[in-house]
Ligand binder design. Sequence first.
Ligand SMILES: [Zn+2]
Ligand SMILES: [Zn+2]
Length: 133
Amino acid sequence: MQAIQCKNHPDVQAMDRCTGCAETFCANCLVNIGGQKYCGSCKVLAVSGRPIVEQATIPSAMASDALKYALIGIICFPIILQPMAIYKAVQAKKEIAADPQLTGEGKANAALVIGIVTLSLWLLAIFARVANA
Ligand SMILES: [Zn+2]
Ligand SMILES: [Zn+2]
């Protein structure tokens, strides 16, 4: 069985293929970027293309959680879930402000509004009940 040679070094056995151009290269020629192997020339493309692809595509898990708690909290245990939703929404807004790649400010704002409104209505209902008793 014939050994596959590195495209750059004909006397060196190739270790793997480049993800970009599918040519074979030795360990010295390949670089690992995000778990993928690239040769010298494809590496430049992979590195320069990567940040654009990843930008603004990471939804904030904190914002999603905040909205989830706020929505469930309209029906179930608002006294527990709404403060959690408000807390998580505030944290999410901080997280999003600090990291431009994170998205979900709309969710965080929605969770904040739902949290404050639901909690206010719920507290009003309790006060009304206490006042009437
Ligand atoms: Zn390549
Ligand atoms: Zn090589």
